[in-house]
Design a protein around this ligand. Structure first.
Ligand SMILES: [Zn+2]
Length: 591
């Protein structure tokens, strides 16, 4: 057994996948909403027997390696290392790819930089002013430690001196990590590179696995006319649109509490965390990105947005909410009347903040309330403005019952007929295309016959009744070349093996059949599959359907023939066949 196979055999795929997604038992298999495309009914299946997964919506599938690579967007080598560690196997030959090695180096450099900044803030004279500032700002000492907050000194080369001279890294490597900038601007300085972060409070930014991917540097003095925040630019490991701060610390709390409180900046997150709101994450700016929503969805389906800006008026925030909504996340919005942001509320009145989070409004209530707050809604003109803002939101609600509830609410508050609101929604629909952007569910079109064949085979394989397929009459039911090949392979296999074993049979299959075979194990029959009586009844039913389809096709073919060769059918052979097939069909339909 090679090492890859050894790893595969030591990790249970169901257990592994369920650490990322809530898997539900479905007969012999497990299912969930697919994490790789948008859907509201599960088509992502995992087979414990075959140790494979497949999504019938987007057609992705594979083993534990493929799952991890897809899920964490890892290279194969990276996934190999992670899974080897988990399986307790020491890899004999392992060489990271160049891209992987580069990422590792950036993590290392960032880690050392964070230690350097952290040391300067907590233990060095140069960080005194910054330390006083942050403590005064209400961030407790143990938070500074937990979040590894640091300070970058007001000098041009301090970090470089440490990392290049003391630790032996190259300045070019620091540039890749985004920590230094090539010196083209400041001619006075006699240096090739200068430090990007100077005289700033430093917040290390980690991915959810705990690798430091970059930094946010915040000004101490709000009066200085520089950008309040300087962040690491996009690097091979830092992608602004993916980051959720500090998910590596709060992800377990998010899972436990079944919700994530989303705030706008690092300090909002830390203050909230300190105040006991542990299931918190911060985004940059006011808009949740699709990648962030997808990442959060791994930990919870419930988001509570507590943003600084008015999310209803802010187009970017609104788009973020729409994306999260279309991914099936439940969204509530916190309204902080008394304070400007969660940071201030957490510092001054943590109980109030907690209360407001508990009282968070459903996002649609929030849209309606927010519009009325801004436009009053007394005159026709004001009512029109409210409609213009809220109707497009309601038009996008997918659940008709929910939509109906909010149509009523809006009509009530505007003092108009429900019909007028519905009419506005209809108008909007005819204007916009029904397809929902690029993330619409892919539709896999298949012939009914193929579906029946697959279903029939799946039933036989999953209930281990494959012996039936040796029967010639059974074989004749099939039409699809791939299914016929599979049955052929099975016939060969069963002529040698005493008993059917999916594991051993799989190994005999050529590559082109392996995938088709695996898919049969993933078709979902629900709990019923355990019921032998049901399975037998279902088998007979499907068999009849397959026969009907077959006879119908033959009938159609015969009719076409008759039309084309009218003169030739002198002996009435074709007519005879048609009569026979029609009778056959009638008999079958009576079954
Ligand atoms: Zn999918």
């Amino acid at each position: 057994m090679d090492q890859i196979e050894e790893i595969r055999s030591k990790i249970d795929l169901v257990q592994f996948v369920s650490e990322f997604l809530p898997l539900k038992k479905a007969g012999r298999n497990f299912k969930a909403n697919c994490p790789f495309h948008n859907e509201k009914t599960p088509s992502f299946m995992v087979s414990p027997e075959r140790q494979i997964w497949h999504c019938f919506g987007c057609n992705l599938g594979g083993d534990v390696f493929g799952f991890l690579m897809e899920m964490e967007r890892m290279e194969f080598g990276e996934a190999l290392r992670v899974l080897a560690k988990r399986a307790g196997i020491t890899l004999q030959t392992y060489r990271p790819s160049q891209g992987e090695a580069e990422k590792e180096k950036i993590f290392e450099i960032n880690h050392l930089a964070s230690e350097f900044f952290h040391y300067l803030l907590l233990s060095h004279e140069i960080g005194k002013r910054a330390l006083n500032y942050i403590l005064q700002r209400g961030i407790a000492k143990n938070s500074l430690e937990q979040f590894k907050i640091g300070y970058s000194p007001p000098r041009w080369e301090e970090l470089q001196k440490f990392l290049v001279r003391k630790k032996g890294y190259k300045a070019e490597e620091l540039e890749k990590a985004g920590l230094v900038i090539p010196n083209t601007k400041y001619k006075i300085q006699d240096t090739r590179y200068y430090d990007r972060f100077r005289d700033r409070l430093m917040f290390p930014l980690s991915d959810h696995r705990g690798n430091i991917v970059g930094f946010a540097g915040r000004l101490l003095d709000p009066e200085v006319k520089e950008a309040k925040y300087v962040n690491t630019p996009e690097t091979p490991v830092y992608h602004k649109s993916e980051l959720l701060y500090p998910l590596q610390i709060t992800k377990e709390d998010i899972k436990k509490e079944g919700r994530a409180v989303v705030v706008e900046g690092e300090l909002d997150a830390i203050s909230s965390y300190q105040a006991g709101i542990k299931s918190v994450v911060a985004i940059k700016g006011s808009a949740l990105t699709e990648l962030q929503s997808r990442l959060l969805k791994r930990f919870t389906e419930n988001l509570i947005l507590s943003l600084d800006s008015d999310a209803a008026g802010d187009m970017a925030a609104r788009r973020g909410i729409e994306t999260a909504d279309s991914l099936g996340l439940n969204i509530k919005v916190v309204v902080l009347e008394k304070y400007k942001d969660p940071d201030e509320a957490a510092q001054k009145e943590p109980e109030y903040l907690k209360e407001q989070i508990e009282k968070a409004e459903n996002v649609y209530d929030f849209y309606i309330n927010s519009a009325f707050k801004r436009f009053n809604g007394r005159t026709a003109e004001e009512k029109k403005k409210i409609g213009q803002e809220v109707v497009p939101v309601l038009a996008k609600i997918e659940d008709e019952i929910v939509k109906d509830v909010y149509v009523k609410k809006l009509a009530d508050r505007l003092g108009v007929n429900e019909e007028s609101v519905i009419l506005q929604i209809e108008k909007l629909k005819t204007k916009t295309s029904p397809v929902r952007g690029s993330t619409a569910e892919p539709v896999v079109q298949k012939q009914r016959r193929d579906i029946l064949e697959e279903y029939y085979l799946a039933l036989l394989f999953q209930t281990k009744k494959v012996i039936v397929l040796l029967d010639k009459e059974e074989k004749d039911l099939f039409y699809s070349p791939i299914n016929l090949k599979l049955i052929e392979a099975l016939t060969v296999y069963l002529s040698q093996a005493k008993k059917f074993s999916s594991q051993f049979f799989f190994k005999t299959l050529p590559a082109e059949l392996k995938e088709a075979f695996d898919k049969l194990y993933l078709i979902d029959f629900g709990e019923k599959i355990e019921d032998e009586e049901w399975a037998e009844k279902e088998r007979r039913e499907i068999r009849t359907q397959l026969k009907i389809t077959k006879v119908k096709e033959e009938l159609q073919a015969a009719c076409r023939k008759l039309k084309g060769e009218k003169a030739e059918d002198k002996e009435g052979k074709i007519r005879e066949q048609i009569r026979f097939l029609t009778q056959e069909l009638r008999k079958l339909e009576l079954l």
